[in-house]
Design a protein around this ligand. Structure first.
Ligand SMILES: [Zn+2]
Length: 59
C-alpha cells in the first residue's frame, strides 16, 4: 500500500528532525511538503523481511 505521508521539504537545519505530516504543508514552518516515498525502509512492509530472507536462501 502506498503511503500518503509527506515530509517537510525545508533543509534539515530548520528542524531538528524530519517533520512528517499528512498535509501539503509543514505544520511547523508552513513550507511545502514532499512525498516521503520511496522510503529506504517501509515499516508497513511486513513481508519484506521474509521476502529478503527467502531471496538470500535461494541458491
Ligand atoms: Zn517544516
Amino acid at each position: 500500500m502506498r503511503s500518503d505521508i509527506h515530509v517537510c521539504s525545508d533543509p534539515e537545519n530548520v528542524h531538528d528532525r524530519p517533520v512528517y505530516t499528512l498535509g501539503d504543508s509543514c505544520p511547523v514552518c508552513d513550507a511545502p511538503t514532499e512525498n516521503s516515498a520511496p522510503a529506504p525502509f517501509d515499516p508497513t512492509d511486513r513481508y519484506g523481511e521474509y521476502r529478503r530472507r527467502a531471496r538470500r536462501d535461494r541458491p
